[in-house]
Design a protein around this ligand. Structure first.
Ligand code: ADP
Ligand code: MG
Length: 309
């Protein structure tokens, strides 16, 4: 008679194994986990998925002066499908959130990046000057011609609040197209999950943890934790309130579950800016979105999948 263990062993060659690769991209580590029939298939898939992430970084980075994003100017130019898609999604969210999500905040974000390096707050004058060169209505997209331009010189776009989510979506799509739908792509706070259900833990703020099992969805967390500047006991986030040009100082953490990474990533950033009250109002109008909002260690909202626990 067969023993259970030998039966299992016999089946193993037919089953997929789990493989994982980690690479640095977009200023963070991307970790891809995939079920594949063998190591050769897995490595070819990793090569293709990471090549796609690299390609997107070349287009979307604001650290690379030659990226397609950085080459935008006041002259309308035809742009790639990827850049158009990210700019269009960003502009849609800017309209929906009354400018809380705003990728034209580049000049102000630069000031706050310098502030984090120098451990010194930017002056009000510098913020006011930088704010003059922002405003989402000053980025013009023409769908018919797939062109983009800025209406003012000295502007700078920053898609740091949406690009990783899109890149994670695209990495997963590459794996799916290669017949490997059971996968997970994780880019620090941005995750996209393929067909097979995965148990994950989310932590909108340190110490506040929730577990859930997801498939074919994306999860993003923004806010509180990793990048900040601390001066006189006050914590300045890397997320900026476009209405003032100031870095957020509220201790807010937001986790969003959405069908796509591009949506989850940008919404998590946007709701940090909107805060719990405006955030909750906004979420009421959204379909298929689940949110966890924690402020000062207190749960402010748990909607959708998070409400069922
Ligand atoms: P992380 O980069 O840690 O995943 P987020 O997804 O929340 O965090 O993105 C934060 C980044 O988004 C910032 O580093 C900056 O590049 C950009 N950003 C900051 N404030 C805003 C804003 N109000 N709207 C859009 N993007 C923003
Ligand atoms: Mg984000």
């Amino acid at each position: 008679m067969w023993k259970k263990s030998s039966l299992l062993l016999l089946c193993l060659p037919l089953l997929a194994e789990k493989f994982e690769r980690v690479e640095p991209h977009m200023g963070t580590l991307f970790r891809i986990t995939v079920d594949a029939p063998n190591v050769g298939v897995a490595h070819a898939a990793f090569d293709a998925a990471f090549a796609r992430v690299h390609e997107l970084d070349e287009i979307l980075s604001d650290y690379k002066p030659q990226s397609e994003l950085m080459r935008l100017s006041t002259r309308p130019v035809r742009i790639s499908r990827d850049l158009f898609l990210v700019l269009e999604a960003s502009q849609r969210l800017a309209e929906q959130t009354n400018g809380a999500f705003d990728i034209t905040m580049g000049p102000v974000i630069q000031l706050w990046r310098k502030a984090r390096r120098d451990k010194m707050l930017p002056s009000n004058e510098a913020i006011a000057e930088a704010l003059n060169r922002t405003g989402h209505r000053k980025l013009i997209l023409e769908a018919a011609t797939q062109t983009a331009h800025l209406t003012q010189s000295g502007m700078q776009l920053d898609v740091g609040g949406i690009a990783k989510g899109y890149a994670a979506d695209e990495a997963l799509r590459i794996l799916r197209n290669r017949g490997l739908p059971n996968a997970l792509v994780a880019a620090s706070g941005d995750l996209t999950i393929g067909r097979s259900p995965m148990a994950i833990a989310v932590e909108p703020v340190a110490g506040f943890r929730r577990r859930l099992t997801l498939s074919d969805h994306a999860v993003s967390t923004s806010g509180d934790t990793e990048q900040f500047l601390e001066i006189d006991g006050k914590r300045y986030s890397h997320i900026i309130d476009p209405s003032t040009g100031q870095a957020l100082t509220t201790r807010i953490g937001v986790t969003i579950v959405a069908p796509q990474g591009i949506t989850a990533d940008s919404l998590a950033t946007a709701i940090c800016v909107m805060g719990p009250r405006r955030g909750r109002e906004f979420l009421k109008q959204q379909r298929g979105i689940s949110a966890l909002i924690v402020v000062d260690g207190k749960l402010e909202a748990a909607t959708g999948l998070f409400a069922r626990e």
